[in-house]
Design a protein around this ligand. Sequence first.
Ligand code: ZN
Length: 330
Amino acid sequence: MKKGPTVEFLEAVGSTVPKSQPRTGWVISDCPFGPWKHENGKSSDHVFGIRTTPGDAQANCFACGWHGTLSDIVLELRRLVKLNPLATPDFKTAGALALKAQEEFELELDTPDIEEMLFGPKKDLHVFPNWWLESFPLWQDVPFAVQYLAERNVSKETADFLQIRADSNEKRVCFPVHDFKQRLVGFHGRSVLEKTDLRYRMYLQSGKHNQVVWLGERWVDFEQPIVVVEGPFDLAAVLPVYKNVVSPLFANPSFEKLKRMAPAFEWITLYDRGKGGDAGREKVTEALGSDYLIHHLQPPDGVKDPGSMSPSEIYDTLKVVLPKSSLAVD
Ligand SMILES: [Zn+2]
């Protein structure tokens, strides 16, 4: 992209603006308030966006939630530097450029908003009503669910955290799926029967579901590395060892779906051994490109998927790329 006043402004306030910019109408960078407002003083380089529409100079940080005009950025930085001089922004240049940038914003019709820019084209998600969810009993009240979860080594704590329920008619153990806004937007069920045409089923509510949402959006922390696994039982196995784990619920999710997790800078895939896993790993590398830190890990020899790994095997696998202090082991 051409280096206009918005990019120069961001550089003056200490941000790094990546060369590849995903959307017209926005300039994306790391957060200029990183040293003060982000853990470890750093944000990923795609969390901060300035919308370049006339008269609407809004800047947003998806991670720390800060928003305001370019002039507000300068004011807030002055305040923070005075309190604690963790960085040395070029206030003179930034102040002048804030005004210049606001005057020079191009006329962009149909500019996507911050969520859309970060997560891809906005489709209205269909929210599942609570009464519908309540029609499925909680796992601990259904003997086949209790038994199946025990067989899969899912602890009570993990089952409760995941709010697992059961479908008594279809004999399925079910995982509610919440979006980033904590809304129930999906319900994913694993059959406990050996012989079934459909092992996993994405439930519809009023004829709708939201295939784009990940299991884990409810608790994911974009400031920390994410571990990405294929399915809900892989996730349930990793969760007690490392909390920041998410699953797209499909072995090979769309690029659009992968991009929903794009605010996370460091990705660790722990997909199944074999061809399906290989295709998934390749797709993540291709979708994210070189601006990200990506590690591809695999279950140890002879183990097919993370769902079949013991907590100590998961610990030993993850400790290669994650600090031991972020991992729990019994
Ligand atoms: Zn921020």
